[in-house]
Design a protein around this ligand. Sequence first.
Ligand SMILES: *[C@@H]1O[C@H](CO)[C@@H](O)[C@H](O)[C@H]1NC(C)=O
Ligand SMILES: *[C@@H]1O[C@H](CO)[C@@H](O)[C@H](O)[C@H]1NC(C)=O
Ligand SMILES: *[C@@H]1O[C@H](CO)[C@@H](O)[C@H](O)[C@H]1NC(C)=O
Ligand SMILES: *[C@@H]1O[C@H](CO)[C@@H](O)[C@H](O)[C@H]1NC(C)=O
Ligand SMILES: *[C@@H]1O[C@H](CO)[C@@H](O)[C@H](O)[C@H]1NC(C)=O
Ligand SMILES: *[C@@H]1O[C@H](CO)[C@@H](O)[C@H](O)[C@H]1NC(C)=O
Ligand SMILES: *[C@@H]1O[C@H](CO)[C@@H](O)[C@H](O)[C@H]1NC(C)=O
Length: 603
Amino acid sequence: MWLFIILCAIGRIVSAEPVEEKKILINFIQSISHSRVINWDMRSSACVNWIGITCNHDSSTIIALRLPAFSLHGPIPTNTLSQLSGLQILSLRSNGLTGRIPSDFSNLRNLTALYLQSNAFYGPLPLNFSNWDNLSILDLSNNAFNGTIPPSISTLTHLTALNLANNSFSGQIPYLSLPSLQLLDLSNNNLTGPVPQSLERFPASAFAGNNLSTLTSPTSQPVKKSTHLPEPAILGIVIGGCALAFVLVALIMIAWHSKERPQVEEKVTRLRSGSQNVNGNGSLVFFEGSSLAFDLEDLFRASAEVLGKGTFGTTYKAALEDASTVVVKRLKEVGAAKRDFEVQMEVVGNVRHQNVVPLRAYYYSKDEKLTVYDYFPQGSVSSMLHAKRDDKNRSPLDWDSRLRIAIGAARGVAYIHTQNGGKLVHGNIKASNIFLNPQRYGCVSDLGLTAVMTPLTPPVMRIGGYRAPEVADTRKVYQASDVYSFGVVLLELLTGKSATHATGGEEVVHLVRWVHSVVREEWTAEVFDVELLKYPNIEEEMVEMLQIGMQCVARSPEQRPKMADVVRLIEDIRRTGASTPTTDQVVASPLVAQPMGSSIVAM
Ligand SMILES: *[C@@H]1O[C@H](CO)[C@@H](O)[C@H](O)[C@H]1NC(C)=O
Ligand SMILES: *[C@@H]1O[C@H](CO)[C@@H](O)[C@H](O)[C@H]1NC(C)=O
Ligand SMILES: *[C@@H]1O[C@H](CO)[C@@H](O)[C@H](O)[C@H]1NC(C)=O
Ligand SMILES: *[C@@H]1O[C@H](CO)[C@@H](O)[C@H](O)[C@H]1NC(C)=O
Ligand SMILES: *[C@@H]1O[C@H](CO)[C@@H](O)[C@H](O)[C@H]1NC(C)=O
Ligand SMILES: *[C@@H]1O[C@H](CO)[C@@H](O)[C@H](O)[C@H]1NC(C)=O
Ligand SMILES: *[C@@H]1O[C@H](CO)[C@@H](O)[C@H](O)[C@H]1NC(C)=O
């Protein structure tokens, strides 16, 4: 955190301060009871030092106020927060705030996210919602609001998440036409009547715990044949368009690769037919701690399923005759001579850490270079994040899982950076090289392969979207470039978007550039994966992770933190996170206290 603060400080030393807004905040905090220390003081810089405050880029206005679980009690004084007219994010969740939402809140016209959940607010919503055109997230759950749901919510055309659960709203659900809405929760209120047609696309759980009449009554409301495309179809077309662009990129890559290797391998194959002699002048070298018992003949006889074709060759899942399964990488374009290859594999093969996928064995001969790893049946983090979002059976990765992936992978990379006299570089960090260890923490694979391959030429190199800008030769990568690639993985975990993704047109957008473009103006809630919006009380943690990710992808290598710092920063997200000690917090606490298992569990 300190690094980020310092970076901000450097940028802000000469800038002005929003003095009027500071006075308003002091006035607010003095008129409200709070038991936690809030370090607001007119003499210090609000933009740099004040807890819970974020300013815009030139420090002319405060754009975010976050005081979650600060034990604030009592009503919000009128004429205080409503004067912060530049405010975009207001989070006062998990406090003891009571009374009504001040009606002057409708002055906050730039508000994009309002988090007031888990307080003791009551009364009807007095708000004229039509002033909040920019509102994207509204969470008022777990309060005691009553009265009806104001139909003016329908004017919030940018609304993506609406959570009114666990209140006492009554009456009928108004006809809310909210095209951007992705998450809706009206459960546990006192609502009656039917679910309006415009909201029928949401699951029944969104309406549970009310006294609603049967969800759909097809007899009384005959479904008219519409000449317009229904929304899911439009969505399908958009997704289809994106998929098409992806396919195009994939085809270009395959075409590029297959120039040298025109034959198409079958899905299930053998690494080599069993009758062939495999002597060559190489032998399979195993590393310590490997419980695998097989020889080269076994490996080549194993039935192998193609898991994927990457930049370095084809990856197979090989089922050995003793029923164990390993992953075999058949490397092509190895540039290193035998001796150099062996030296590198010895370094890599002796790295043993619970967050690094161990290299079990390798093989080098004139015609064939193989590396052998454990097999992870759940697939890589990339497949967990990006595989078929529309698949109903797919369980999205929740925030705690993503934190575990981030912290595990960070520890793995940080450990790698301490090896070989502190000089070892991973060289190819990306979501498809990260797996889940048995404790479901991230675990990095493919360590050190880049160094032995022939360098990739710029067009292929850039396709991935993970490569740091300073990397011109893939053999000459530095630890700072690993930090950059890791930062891209963090952004991927936060946004749910791939490192490169196609937009509406055929343009391929780099995730880093996209995130920059979204947050350049201000920190906004819109960068986050919509699948994460349904988990309560994680906004501050996501913002902190975003800040860490942005530091890692700094253009200049010197500005990036060291991997050991990244580990500490990510661990601090939960340790100092100003979250309420709710039950989910207790469940999540092993994040910091990850047991240091001494042995690596083979899959
Ligand atoms: C609201 O946001 C817009 C666009 O970012 C900005 O131009 C305007 O100054 C903001 N309003 C206030 C009162 O800060
Ligand atoms: C809500 O506010 C808008 C804009 O300020 C105004 O045009 C509209 O009349 C108001 N509606 C109500 C019901 O007060
Ligand atoms: C709010 O919405 C208006 C109109 O859509 C836009 O011009 C303005 O930039 C938005 N403000 C922010 C802070 O996004
Ligand atoms: C809302 O609750 C208040 C007490 O908190 C009560 O006086 C009022 O009648 C309730 N309104 C409705 C519509 O239930
Ligand atoms: C509503 O309250 C129930 C019971 O306390 C809880 O399980 C649920 O998570 C709450 N819903 C939301 C959206 O907070
Ligand atoms: C729900 O509504 C019914 C009928 O209007 C009322 O009797 C009941 O007290 C309400 N319950 C709550 C929890 O507000
Ligand atoms: C649910 O609504 C029906 C009809 O509006 C009413 O007869 C019934 O008493 C309600 N049940 C509860 C538990 O409020």
